[in-house]
Design a protein around this ligand. Structure first.
Ligand SMILES: [Zn+2]
Length: 174
């Protein structure tokens, strides 16, 4: 870790890296938008060999959702204009990597199975099955997206992000 950090003073248990400082504040972690986090699992705080999991969580102002509901096109344009993509190297233990894969495969599998149901709906001329397709496809995508999450940005101001993480990891940064 570099000792020539220009930011001072720092909370005693904060972690500095070449890209900045990561520390707990209230119920969130404060981090530069580009940073390498300590080598501990962001969920359970287990030690890991390296913070080598590349997380690129996306943050956007929540009012964009309201605009999207009113106008899909303007909402999408605002989303791509206002969103911030973070670039983080975080720790993720084997168990939480496995759980993440399981949720992602489950969600992706459900979405894919939706197309089988769609095929049956079309082949057997059973439009009621279209509801099954919609539920499996949308539900599967939601499970996939939620399962893929590691850390969740709550706000981004300038180059500083505030993120939700696992409680044990958060406590370790106080
Ligand atoms: Zn873990």
């Amino acid at each position: 870790m570099s000792s020539d950090n220009p930011f001072a003073p720092l909370p005693s248990s904060s972690v500095s890296s070449p890209s900045g400082t990561v520390y707990a504040e209230g119920n969130v972690v404060v981090s530069p938008v580009t940073a390498t986090w300590p080598a501990r699992c962001v969920h359970c705080n287990a030690n890991v060999s390296a913070a080598d999991f590349k997380a690129k969580p996306v943050w956007y102002p929540k009012w964009v959702i309201i605009v999207f509901l009113l106008s899909r096109l303007i909402g999408l344009i605002l989303f791509f204009w206002k969103r911030r993509v973070l670039d983080l190297n975080i720790g993720l233990c084997e168990e939480h990597r496995r759980k993440r894969s399981t949720w992602m495969w489950g969600g992706g599998g459900a979405a894919a199975f939706g197309f089988v149901v769609l095929g049956v709906a079309l082949a057997a001329d059973m439009p009621v099955l279209m509801i099954g397709f919609a539920l499996l496809f949308l539900g599967g995508l939601i499970v996939l997206a939620l399962g893929a999450r590691t850390v969740t940005p709550m706000s981004v101001e300038g180059d500083i992000a505030r993120l939700k993480v696992g409680q044990p990891f958060l406590e370790s940064l106080r």
